[in-house]
Design a protein around this ligand. Sequence first.
Ligand code: NAG
Length: 206
Amino acid sequence: MKIILSIILIYHAVSGCYSKISQADKLLLDVYMETRCPDTQVFIDDQLVPVTKLLGNYVEVTLYPYGKAEEKFVGNKWEFICQHGPLECQGNTILACAISMTNQSIYVPFTSCLMRDLNPLSNFRSCCEQFKLDLNLVNKCFQGQKGNELQHHYALATSSLVPKLVYIPWIILNKVYTQANQDQAATNLKALICKHIKVPPPPECS
Ligand SMILES: *[C@@H]1O[C@H](CO)[C@@H](O)[C@H](O)[C@H]1NC(C)=O
């Protein structure tokens, strides 16, 4: 009996090293962002891409590609007015579609890829190819009702923020905005995540 128990305990100890942490133990990182926005691009490239790659098992990254856009319902669909013009709205919608079809290990670097050019349409095809997204499916969503509804969903999420967002990107850890977290996320996201990780700090943090 004792031996069996020991074996079970050893098994759990060993398998624990390899298992991912539970969903409930993951930090929630919400990023309110927009295409054609240099500050968003710098944050995605310098902080979010490397940290998602390194610590993705410990963090659930949610992107809200809407920024400071505004919406109104016209006829039978939503119309959006974006800070950086119609191209930004189109880029945001492509991201919304890509996000709905992939997980964060794809949609975070895909976002970086799409934003590499100020015109998000110019890399649309090559980014889909690079991340093995079906261009026709993404395009159908982007041009159609699905993309429109996804953008509206992000509009609602953005407008219901408390406090209201002031900067883009607006970064929230575990659903509570603090200026300190915002500032640290922009300069050292890895340290911020490692400080708040709920399980013993993983080797990636040292
Ligand atoms: C994310 O999606 C990719 C591509 O479909 C897949 O290979 C990978 O296992 C997924 N990762 C997670 C954590 O689900």
